[in-house]
Design a protein around this ligand. Sequence first.
Ligand SMILES: *[C@@H]1O[C@H](CO)[C@@H](O)[C@H](O)[C@H]1NC(C)=O
Ligand SMILES: *[C@@H]1O[C@H](CO)[C@@H](O)[C@H](O)[C@H]1NC(C)=O
Ligand SMILES: *[C@@H]1O[C@H](CO)[C@@H](O)[C@H](O)[C@H]1NC(C)=O
Ligand SMILES: *[C@@H]1O[C@H](CO)[C@@H](O)[C@H](O)[C@H]1NC(C)=O
Ligand SMILES: *[C@@H]1O[C@H](CO)[C@@H](O)[C@H](O)[C@H]1NC(C)=O
Ligand SMILES: *[C@@H]1O[C@H](CO)[C@@H](O)[C@H](O)[C@H]1NC(C)=O
Ligand SMILES: *[C@@H]1O[C@H](CO)[C@@H](O)[C@H](O)[C@H]1NC(C)=O
Ligand SMILES: *[C@@H]1O[C@H](CO)[C@@H](O)[C@H](O)[C@H]1NC(C)=O
Ligand SMILES: *[C@@H]1O[C@H](CO)[C@@H](O)[C@H](O)[C@H]1NC(C)=O
Ligand SMILES: *[C@@H]1O[C@H](CO)[C@@H](O)[C@H](O)[C@H]1NC(C)=O
Length: 586
Amino acid sequence: MIDIIILSVLLVLGAGVAIAEPAACDAATFAGILPADASIEKITLVESGASYGEGASDLNYPVSPTNLPELCAVTIQVVSSPTSLYRFGLFLPSDWNSRFLAVGNGGFGGGINWLDMGAGVQYGFAIVSTDTGHNSTTADIAWALNNPEKKTDWGWRAFHGSVELGKQLTEAYYAARIAYSYYNGCSTGGRQGLKEVQMSPDSFDGVVVGAAAWYTSHLNPWVTKVGTYNLPFNGTNHIDAALFPTMAREVIRQCDALDGLADGIVSLPSRCNPDYTTLSCSGPAGANRSACLTDAQIATAGNAYADYRAAASGELLYPGLTPGCEAQWSLVLNQTSTSPYGINYIRDFVYDDAEWDWTAYNDSVLEYAAQTDPGNATADDYDISAFRGRGGKLIMYHGLADGLVPPKGSELYYQKTVEAMGKGNLSGVQDFFRYFEVPGMGHCYGSSVGAPWAFGGGSQGSVLGTDVWSVPGFRNAEHDILLATMAWVENGTAVESVVATSWLGPYNASTPVLRQRPLCPYPQTALYGGQGDPGNAASWSCGLNVSVVKPIPTSAPIPSAAGVCSWDVALTIASVTGLLVAFMLI
Ligand SMILES: *[C@@H]1O[C@H](CO)[C@@H](O)[C@H](O)[C@H]1NC(C)=O
Ligand SMILES: *[C@@H]1O[C@H](CO)[C@@H](O)[C@H](O)[C@H]1NC(C)=O
Ligand SMILES: *[C@@H]1O[C@H](CO)[C@@H](O)[C@H](O)[C@H]1NC(C)=O
Ligand SMILES: *[C@@H]1O[C@H](CO)[C@@H](O)[C@H](O)[C@H]1NC(C)=O
Ligand SMILES: *[C@@H]1O[C@H](CO)[C@@H](O)[C@H](O)[C@H]1NC(C)=O
Ligand SMILES: *[C@@H]1O[C@H](CO)[C@@H](O)[C@H](O)[C@H]1NC(C)=O
Ligand SMILES: *[C@@H]1O[C@H](CO)[C@@H](O)[C@H](O)[C@H]1NC(C)=O
Ligand SMILES: *[C@@H]1O[C@H](CO)[C@@H](O)[C@H](O)[C@H]1NC(C)=O
Ligand SMILES: *[C@@H]1O[C@H](CO)[C@@H](O)[C@H](O)[C@H]1NC(C)=O
Ligand SMILES: *[C@@H]1O[C@H](CO)[C@@H](O)[C@H](O)[C@H]1NC(C)=O
């Protein structure tokens, strides 16, 4: 009873009014609560306006955030087994909003995500990020070879442990209870968020996951399988990467207007079924040999789009690349021995065999990966009733132009959850779980066609600058998906739409706004009213255009969407600004 009274007093205090001064930013503050397996590596009071991070010694996040508010930065080491150790960073701002936030990682990289911590702390959160138990760049998986404990750290243990201990340290520092806890992450970060919801439903009140690479044991074998279609590199079936931009333009030409508005954005890729015979070398296009496709190459393209199904049973193993991804096909289709995410996962995670070669790929690889699921990384529990039962809210989003983690994978997770929890009735999950597709957005952020893509998702602030957070100029629940999630959790205001933004300078929020458009809860899409500037969000509304999308289902399979992609611009801009982009791959 007394506990309850104290808790409610603290919650009232936590709801925004002044709280007691934080404790001293030194080791003594935390000494009493650290368990025996944990120790403080570093603790620093960071002055307002300063930068903080680990620089180049953080292989996956070598760029540090700048212009920070005054905060206490803590780095903790946790021994997770005799052969593994993970670290996490904690930012504890002096001006605290009484809330806790965890941010995610990218790919197989190991490193504390200081950049996203910097964006998160600007909102006022106490914020945590783990290094996932190793130190490597995103596609380097050699650390996992013959080390099951490190696999487990990456799979879930480092993240979960960092959240648990991070919360305890936060409450000790402020001598107050955390009012609400949130999560925001993309790609591997998307997987981490779903995994935590599945394993520890009490960790968060609100969770935002983007481009979730949740189906680890299926996704990475698929990455390998799809790569084999364009091999051998010197085969007659091989499509040279120089042709990808031509193919991308052709898909836009064929599919842009199918959504009812010719704006250069393929907004309803599920309607798009590219016909490459228009580029056939034996047709009119054949006059230009560097811009035409042979029949064998057209067949390769068809294989890449096809869903990957088991040869024996026809079972769906992983959905295929989406039409329009050609501009970024080089990631999975321009490799001499399949993408490192695919082949290295099989070598270092699945078989512990550094010599395994892609030419040995067959369905048994995926079957074995799914049976063993090294590190228990795969986040494929679909009944998340426990999370819903304690009032949790889950927002998922995916760029329809993502060519790296196909958006149809997110749709699959949503569909499976609707089946598991709603008996196929969509309204059985929409009270706590909504999915937003983002037309024209690539992997986690950016768009090669100027589509609106910024809405406060994981890493989106970081790619706009080292001190950028939320959506500059639009820091409100209407435009920021994290703020919208907070309003859902704390005020019960369900997220009906979020307005996404893009700028004239693609990664420069100081330039004029190019376009704004609402993102809508699946299966709704944004509908242009036919009047007014299509670049203005007010010209759009959310709904089902029954002439293009059939209303959804009760107890029927949800129709699948396809997607276009836009990787090249993100890579170009990121290398210009010097920000590390590769960190979030898969
Ligand atoms: C990560 O590895 C790099 C290269 O070996 C090294 O320079 C750096 O100090 C390591 N970082 C940490 C945090 O161990
Ligand atoms: C392709 O390369 C392989 C290995 O270098 C070689 O054995 C084969 O003859 C080449 N095939 C063609 C069609 O050039
Ligand atoms: C609905 O789709 C049709 C067919 O593509 C299109 O002509 C119409 O403009 C769309 N209506 C709205 C409101 O988007
Ligand atoms: C052939 O196609 C390539 C690639 O699209 C283009 O750069 C080139 O200008 C074309 N050449 C001619 C003669 O049209
Ligand atoms: C495709 O791969 C080749 C061989 O590795 C490389 O030279 C080329 O730069 C790559 N192209 C793209 C667009 O990645
Ligand atoms: C599939 O690959 C596995 C492992 O490399 C091998 O043992 C098996 O014989 C292969 N199966 C077929 C049908 O080729
Ligand atoms: C593996 O993860 C799932 C959640 O994705 C969880 O339900 C299961 O208990 C975990 N298994 C083990 C052995 O930890
Ligand atoms: C789906 O669920 C909603 C809300 O629970 C309910 O009103 C509706 O009747 C259900 N539809 C079917 C076909 O079960
Ligand atoms: C909840 O609603 C109140 C009153 O409108 C508002 O001041 C507050 O910011 C809202 N909280 C969140 C998290 O949106
Ligand atoms: C962003 O745009 C502003 C306004 O045009 C300009 O002053 C600034 O240099 C740009 N920043 C970068 C990194 O290009």
